[in-house]
Design a protein around this ligand. Structure first.
Ligand SMILES: C[S@@+](CC[C@H](N)C(=O)[O-])C[C@H]1O[C@@H](n2cnc3c(N)ncnc32)[C@H](O)[C@@H]1O
Length: 440
């Protein structure tokens, strides 16, 4: 008689730690966002859909601690995780994270650690890693080195923030970025009002409060599930958008023709359409096909009739527009909390490279705009090179002038008082920079 094989349960084939390690390995080697890597993984493994939320929360937390864990393994076990292949390195991080910070049973952790080829970790190694007193271990170190370990960031980031903000504020900012970020929604006022949306979501158990600075933004105080699974989300009544990012649409104000040079996933482009009362022609340029497609989906859901265009905005196909949004790729140091994977690859040379590309785009923005037209330049980073230094360059080289624009939400720029800087620990947003310029 043929014995029927018992069904292999997916938990045995795909323990959550292995899923997290698989996704994080791809994020680290290809330098893609956690969101993109998760989308691909779960498209290939729809049967794992039920653990998607858990994998996201686990990955975010593990990536926040990744550099600290690497340092602990080097210091206490004498092994350098950097010499392991990416999957093994991330499985090691996931297991140390679980045992040190989540008190997962040691038996489970040790059993899964056998999958780390090239490194044999015993029970006592995990016990040592879990019980180590971090404050004691770092007590003799210099400030930047210590802060890098304690907040799990590269040393150059600690040094940069220390000299930008002062040591005390730098630590407060890093501490804030290691705790869950505040969730903000931008209400689609073309379809509903803020009061109606807050009331509708309240009936579903969510709690939101209106923001005091921006009339279409609300802060989420309590979740009762996933906001993007609500009927109000499907109906396009709101977009999950950080308050700092929503500032851009208001700084831009109503315009007839808007060109968003770096538009996907479409948060600012659809907001520009909304702020114009649905009257503006918004050209939403994006050079990555996949991102353009997801922007189309966002715009459709929000009933925002924008014009997505697949193009390289360094060579824009238009001239003489009223208003331009330039929100280019950047070093994203303001998003170390939202996208902790950035910590794995960020480097000073990237800041320099981003600043150069941003200047190419600024140059193109000057050719796009008509005389007197407005440019809103923004980034989700806090470096001077990508922000104030680029603004000064654009004024000297391209004939722009910075203007004071309302609403004022952030601190004045450093040496460019018209600009605004927002910080996670002060404004409860991502770290952000925005400046309005006029082409004279
Ligand atoms: C920071 S994101 C923009 C976010 C968007 N503004 C929003 O609020 O939803 C930058 C985007 O610009 C795109 N991009 C970068 N360089 C570009 C270029 N030269 N031309 C067109 N798109 C570009 C990137 O692929 C990316 O999707």
């Amino acid at each position: 008689m043929v014995k029927r094989r018992s069904r292999v349960r997916w938990e045995e084939v795909w323990p959550v730690e292995v899923v997290v390690a698989r996704i994080a390995a791809r994020v680290e080697t290809e330098r893609i966002s956690l969101r993109a890597a998760m989308e691909d993984f779960f498209a290939q493994h729809p049967e794992l859909g039920p653990i998607r939320g858990l994998v996201r929360a686990f990955s975010l937390a593990m990536l926040r601690y990744a550099l600290q864990i690497d340092w602990l393994v080097r210091t206490l076990v004498g092994e350098d995780p950097r010499r392991l292949p990416p999957f093994e390195r991330n499985l090691l991080r996931a297991l140390v994270y679980e045992y040190r910070y989540r008190s997962v049973p040691l038996d489970r952790v040790v059993k899964l650690a056998r999958r780390i080829r090239g490194l044999r970790l015993e029970r006592r190694d995990f016990e040592l890693l879990a019980s180590a007193d971090l404050a004691e271990l770092v007590s003799g170190m210099g400030w930047a080195e210590k802060v890098a370990v304690v907040y799990s960031v590269p040393k150059w980031v600690a040094e940069y923030l220390g000299s930008l903000l002062g040591r005390e504020q730098a630590e407060v900012m890093l501490d804030r970025m290691n705790r869950p970020a505040t969730l903000w929604v931008r209400v689609n006022t073309l379809l509903t009002t803020r009061e109606r949306l807050i009331e509708a979501l309240r009936r579903r158990g969510f709690d939101l409060e209106p923001d005091k600075d921006l009339p279409d933004v609300a802060r989420v105080l309590r979740l009762a599930g996933n906001l993007s699974h609500t009927p109000e989300h499907s109906a396009g009544h709101f977009y999950l958008q950080d308050k700092a990012s929503a500032l851009v649409g208001h700084l831009l104000g109503p315009a007839l023709v808007v060109y968003d040079m770096c538009a996907a996933p479409g948060g600012k482009a659809t907001h520009a359409y909304q702020v114009s009362g649905g009257c503006a022609l918004v050209v939403a340029a994006e050079w990555k096909f996949r991102r353009l497609a997801s922007m189309r989906a966002v715009a459709r859901r929000l009933h925002a009739h924008i014009e997505p265009v697949l193009t390289d905005s360094r060579m824009p196909p238009l001239r003489g527009v009223d208003a331009v949004i330039l929100d280019p790729d950047c070093s994203s140091l303001g998003r170390l909390g939202h996208s902790p994977e950035i910590r794995l690859w960020t480097a000073p040379v990237l800041v320099k490279r981003f600043a150069e590309t941003q200047r190419e785009l600024l140059r193109a923005s000057a050719s796009l705009l008509k005389r007197g037209g407005r440019l809103v330049y923004s980034t989700c980073t806090v470096t001077l090179e990508e922000n104030e230094e680029n603004i000064k360059w654009a004024c000297d080289e391209l004939g722009f002038e910075p203007v004071h624009a309302e609403p004022r939400v952030g601190f004045p720029g450093l040496g460019v008082k018209e600009a605004q800087r927002l910080y996670p620990h002060v404004h409860d947003t991502q770290g952000f920079f925005a400046c309005v310029l006029v082409k004279v």
